[in-house]
Design a binder for this molecule. Structure first.
Ligand code: ADP
Ligand code: MG
Length: 393
C-alpha cells in the first residue's frame, strides 16, 4: 500500500472516532466524484447473522441444508464508502434509503449498515471481488458478454421493478467477476424514483397531439413568419427547460440530453447498450463528449439526422444541424463495429463480416440503443431476449 494511501487511511481512522474498533482498514479501492471507498476487514462480523453476505446468500440458494448451517471462518471483507462531506444530507439519505429498499434484490450490492460521526457519513457494503473493466473488455467472447449482461440485467430488473432509476449505469458501477460470471450493481448516489414530473415533456402525448404542439411552437411560428434562423438566438427570452441530467458523460440517453422531464427507467437501458457497444467495438470510452449538444452529435453520427430530428420532436425539441458530415440515415451498428475492429473490407482484403455470435449481439444492441425510450427494450424483456437466454433454456 502506497504511503499516500496509508496516510489517508490513518487520517480517516483518526477523524472517524471508533471506526477501528470494528474495522481494520486494508486499502483504498475507489476514489470517485462523490466518495472514497476502502477495503476493510469486519472484525465483528456475526457469522450467524450473515443475511447481507453475498456469498452466503448464494450458498443458501445452491447448497444443502447442512452446508447452509455451517458458519464460515474466513475473514469478512467489507467496502467502506466514505461519502464526501460536501454532499448534501438529502443526497446521502437518498442513497442509503434506496439501498435499504433494494436490500433483497439479486445482483444489487446490499447495504450492511451506515454510520455517522459529526458531518461524516459512511456506508458499509460487503466487499465484492471483481476485475477492472479495462482488463477484460477487449478480450471478451460474445458468450461471456451474454453472462455479463444476464447478471447486469438481473440487477436492473429488480431495481426497475421498484421504479427506481439508477441513472449511472457504467462499468465502474457494475462490479463484475469474470471467473464467477457474476456481478453486483453499486452506487445509487444519483438514483431516483421514477415519476417526479409528468406534464412538461410532450413525449407522453399521442403522435397527433405532439404534431399539433410542434406546429404551434415558437420555432414553427418564427419559421412561418419568414424569420430565417441562421444562427443560435442570442437574446432568447424563453425560459430554458430544466431536467435532471445526472449521469456520466458518454452514457446519457438521448432523452436525458434532450432535457426530457419525464425520464423513466428505460434511460438505464440505453447505458447498458453503450456498455455492449463498447465491448463489441473494443473501444472504451466509446462516446467522449462532456457537453450535452456534442454528446447528441456523437449519437447523431451513428443514428443519422433523420432519427435525431424525430427523437427531438418526441421531447418537444427541434434538432437542426448544418454540419455536412452527418449523414441523413446514419450508419448501421454492424458497420460501426467492423470499422472499430479494423475489419473494413477495403479492396486489398476480402470483405469482412461479423460472425454469427456478433450478429446476434447486434440485434440485441439495436433494442438497447433505441432512441425512443417508450420503444426501448426493458430489463425484464431483455432477460427473455434470445441473445441472453441462449444456452439457458
Ligand atoms: P462513487 O459514488 O464515488 O462512484 P461507488 O459506490 O461507485 O462510489 O464506489 C467507487 C468504487 O469503489 C467502485 O467503482 C469500486 O471500484 C469500489 N467499490 C464500491 N463498492 C464496492 C464493493 N462493495 N466491493 C468492492 N469494491 C467496491
Ligand atoms: Mg461510482
Amino acid at each position: 500500500v502506497e504511503d499516500a494511501v496509508q496516510e489517508d487511511m490513518a487520517r480517516f481512522e483518526e477523524t472517524f472516532e471508533g471506526i477501528n474498533k470494528r474495522f481494520r482498514l486494508i486499502n483504498r479501492i475507489g476514489e470517485g466524484t462523490f466518495s472514497t471507498v476502502y477495503k476493510a476487514e469486519d472484525l465483528e462480523y456475526n457469522q450467524y447473522d450473515n443475511s447481507w453476505d453475498i456469498d452466503e446468500r448464494e450458498n443458501r440458494k445452491w447448497s444443502s441444508p447442512a452446508r447452509r448451517q455451517r458458519p464460515s471462518r474466513r475473514p469478512h471483507y467489507v467496502a467502506i464508502k466514505k461519502i464526501y462531506v460536501t454532499s448534501s444530507p438529502i443526497r446521502i439519505f437518498n442513497e442509503l434509503e434506496l439501498l435499504y429498499d433494494l436490500r433483497d434484490s439479486d445482483s444489487v450490492c446490499p447495504l450492511i449498515t451506515a454510520f455517522r460521526h459529526t458531518d461524516q457519513v459512511v456506508a458499509v457494503l460487503p466487499y465484492f471481488q471483481h476485475s477492472d473493466f479495462r482488463d477484460y473488455y477487449r478480450d471478451m467472447e460474445v458468450s461471456e458478454m451474454r453472462l455479463y449482461f444476464r447478471s447486469l440485467l438481473t440487477a436492473l430488473r429488480s431495481v426497475h421493478a421498484k421504479k427506481i432509476i439508477h441513472r449511472d449505469v457504467k462499468p465502474t458501477n457494475f462490479l463484475y467477476n469474470p471467473a464467477q460470471s457474476r456481478g453486483v450493481l453499486v452506487d445509487f448516489g444519483l438514483a431516483e424514483r421514477e415519476g417526479t414530473d409528468w406534464h412538461h415533456c410532450p413525449c407522453h402525448l399521442s403522435d397527433e397531439d405532439r404534431r399539433y404542439k410542434a406546429a404551434h411552437s415558437v420555432y414553427a411560428q418564427t419559421q412561418q413568419s419568414g424569420h430565417n434562423i441562421t444562427s443560435y438566438p442570442k437574446s432568447d427570452t424563453r425560459s430554458s427547460r430544466r431536467a435532471n441530467r445526472a449521469g456520466t458523460r458518454g452514457f446519457r440517453a438521448p432523452e436525458v440530453l434532450l432535457k426530457c422531464t419525464q425520464q423513466t427507467c428505460s434511460l438505464d437501458m440505453w447505458s447498458v447498450g453503450v456498455i455492449l457497444l463498447t465491448m463489441l467495438s473494443r473501444r472504451f470510452p466509446f462516446f467522449h463528449s462532456a457537453d450535452d449538444i456534442d454528446a447528441l452529435l456523437e449519437i447523431t453520427t451513428i443514428v443519422g439526422r433523420k432519427k435525431m430530428r424525430e427523437t427531438s420532436i418526441l421531447h418537444g425539441q427541434v434538432f437542426e444541424t448544418n454540419i455536412p458530415s452527418y449523414s441523413e440515415s446514419g450508419h448501421t451498428l454492424e458497420k460501426i463495429i467492423l470499422w472499430c475492429t479494423g475489419r473494413t473490407g477495403e479492396k486489398t482484403q476480402p470483405k469482412k463480416e461479423l460472425d454469427e455470435d456478433e450478429k446476434e449481439a447486434v440485434q440485441f444492441l439495436y433494442r438497447l440503443l433505441e432512441c425512443n425510450p417508450a420503444k426501448r427494450i426493458t430489463a425484464d424483456e431483455a432477460l427473455r431476449h434470445p441473445f441472453i437466454t441462449k444456452g439457458f433454456e
